[in-house]
Write a protein that binds this ligand. Structure first.
Ligand code: UD1
Length: 429
């Protein structure tokens, strides 16, 4: 398995292009199952999760064509995918495919809505606590689906099609909201989704579904209304920029010092994280081209942050912020409210010399003068990138082992950082 070797201590200066969002790309690809026509997605990031989902969709009979680059094309621009689910040949998503990526479970909604049945293995994905699917199942039941759970599979049926209904989520769930939206788009009648997730990726998927002929209003607020239509058609849609990648590189610059333009980044997608960085003493300047992040000389102030659904501070930036706060001048507190057990980076950061104490869902981080490089191991997607950030500031060599998780969600991380002056390289196994 590949490893990443970092020699810390270099400041970051230059430009980092921000890729299309992984968390929008995956549900957008899944939405292709809702139509016989071709869905064209632009600005798709090159990620292992995208390839894995391509395999899963292929098993249902979906053709995914990746447009080649033409001479003169910007090497940083994302890929264009032509996705055609003209003939769905199989409505079963088997364990060996779904267990590798949690979001692939969401195929249950479009398969059920279009074909009247779906059999999907319970999901896998990052090891960050139990991640149940009870609320996704509840949403489908509210739209008239009959659900059975058998041998690790969710079997969903709607012999006479889905019908609109009222879905009230007791807890904000991104996957639940995506599932409800996709199922409701082809249901008969109107669906109201209450306490919907407001993450920007929900809005992006709703925009694309509307281009395909769906009638969705209120996406981006906590009340979404969907008037079902009989069929959806093809469309062309460009994936919005990745706010988690943006926040991650912003924290990397905050950690090492320097001055970097995060090209194509949009501040409104991560205002809460930018506010936290500003509080800790980082200069954030929105520009026409993206967001400029700079820290020159001054130390970092400690912060007190609690993760929350959008527009709160994202759980997907919690590990990266913790890496940053290991070098703050004082004591920070970070409370994780979305996922239990999402603290696997703590013991690895400790290997680099961080002082972190865990008490239930709160981590107390006492800033230290310096981190020292060490071999570390990546345990989940966001945790692994937090180790890269820490390594960039640590004295000497940090070897991040098992970077498989990193490749699932971050495009060319070593390349993007090296171009800004980091001493970082991939060592292929
Ligand atoms: C998505 C994101 C992930 C992010 C998370 C929270 C994608 C591909 N992944 O994951 O990167 O960290 O949102 O912002 O977009 N829950 C239940 N029952 C359910 C579903 C969820 O109890 O049926 C709970 C979860 O355990 C968790 C909370 O709800 O505590 C939020 O999870 P959810 O928003 O559904 O996360 P994902 O959609 O899996």
């Amino acid at each position: 398995m590949d490893r990443i070797r970092i020699v810390g201590g270099q400041r970051l200066n230059g430009t980092i292009p921000i890729s299309g969002a992984k968390n929008a790309t995956l549900p957008l690809m899944i939405a292709s199952l809702l139509t016989e026509d071709t869905l064209i997605l632009e600005n798709v990031p090159r990620l292992a999760d995208v390839i894995q989902l391509q395999r899963i969709l292929g098993n249902h009979g979906v053709d995914v064509m990746i447009a080649g680059k033409r001479p003169g094309d910007d090497p940083n621009s994302g890929r264009t995918l032509h996705i055609s689910a003209k003939h769905i040949v199989d409505t079963t998503a088997p364990y060996d495919l779904v267990s590798k990526m949690r979001a692939s479970f969401w195929v249950v909604a479009p398969l059920l809505a279009r074909m009247g049945e779906a059999k999907v293995s319970m999901p896998g994905g990052c090891a960050i606590g139990t991640r149940p699917v009870d609320l996704l199942i509840m949403a489908l039941e509210k739209l008239g689906a009959e659900i059975e759970i058998e041998g690790g599979y969710v079997i969903a049926r709607a012999r006479h099609g889905l019908r609109g209904g009222e879905i009230v989520f007791p807890k904000v769930t991104v996957g639940g909201t995506h599932t409800a939206l996709m199922a409701a788009a082809l249901a008969k009648g109107t669906t109201v989704i209450e306490n919907a997730a407001r993450e920007p990726e929900i809005g992006d998927v709703a925009d694309c579904l509307n281009k395909m002929g769906a009638k969705i209003t209120g996406a981006g607020t906590s009340r979404i209304e969907v008037e079902g239509v009989a069929r959806l058609h093809g469309a062309r849609h460009s994936v919005l920029p990745d706010r988690i990648e943006t926040g991650t590189y912003a924290m990397a610059v905050a950690m090492t010092g320097g001055d970097v333009l995060l090209q194509n980044a949009r501040p409104e997608l991560l205002q809460s994280a930018l506010d936290v960085l500003a509080q800790s003493g980082v200069t954030i300047t929105p520009t026409n081209e993206g967001i400029r992040v700079a820290r020159n000389g001054a130390g970092l102030n400690p912060v007190d942050v609690t993760t929350a659904p959008f527009p709160g501070f994202p759980t997907d930036l919690q590990a990266q912020l913790m890496a940053l706060m290991t070098l703050a001048k004082g004591t920070s507190r970070i409370t994780e409210t979305i996922f239990e057990n999402r603290f696997m980076h703590v013991q690895e950061l400790a290997r680099l010399g961080a002082h972190i104490q865990l008490n239930g869902e709160t981590a107390t981080i006492e800033g230290v003068e310096r981190l020292k490089g060490a071999p570390v191991m990546a345990t989940d997607l966001r945790a692994s990138v937090s180790l890269v950030i820490a390594g960039l500031a640590a004295e000497g060599e940090t070897m991040v082992n098992r970077v498989y998780h990193l490749d699932r969600g971050f495009e060319r991380v070593e390349d993007k950082l090296a171009r800004c002056g980091a001493a970082i390289e991939r060592i292929s196994a």
